[in-house]
Design a protein around this ligand. Sequence first.
Ligand code: IMP
Ligand code: MG
Length: 193
Amino acid sequence: MQADVDRVLISEEKIHARVRELAAAITRDHTTPNMPGDAEVVIVPILTGAMIFCGDLIRDIPIPMRIGLIAVSSYPGTATTSQGVNVKDYEGLAASLGDLTGRHVVVVDDILDSGHTLATVVPLIRQRGAASVKTCVLLRKDRQSAHDFVADYIGFEIPDEFVVGYGLDFDDYYRNLPDIVTLKREVFAHLTK
Ligand code: IMP
Ligand code: MG
């Protein structure tokens, strides 16, 4: 797995330091006087990519919270460009998201690329009666479409390259790499053989 790595873009240490800063900003914005004292926060990681980021993030947010789940796929299999947003198991959403009426929701995703994922998910959450919806992404790609959707909390700006690690995958692999990395060209090349 490590042999497939081309460059480390963001090290594990840098990720963890930045995650703590994002958690502090979310905590501040969801605590009095910024929020009523009994406001309830629901954190919604977009599966599967946000799983690891969200796991670290929430342990640095010391306020009462619940977790709601949503699964979206836009890079199925070996795709390295968006294939259109597919909200998985739409019918099962109500059960996995829980009751959002009057809740303050923070949607967490791994990366902002075309922006289609968050542009699809945020209205779904609003339709469920959330009192507020904020968005938090670890990475934002340096391309115009990623700037069209305005996220509330952004970890790092990265070049417009395909990255894996810390939850991000290629063909569902490499999520367990601790750093954010690019892959060697051979990894993609062997697919077309
Ligand atoms: P968007 O809907 O195009 O903004 O893409 C967001 C989703 O696409 C993310 O949640 C990722 O799952 C996936 N994605 C986008 N860029 C990358 C990448 O460079 N590596 C791995 N997954 C990516
Ligand atoms: Mg994703």
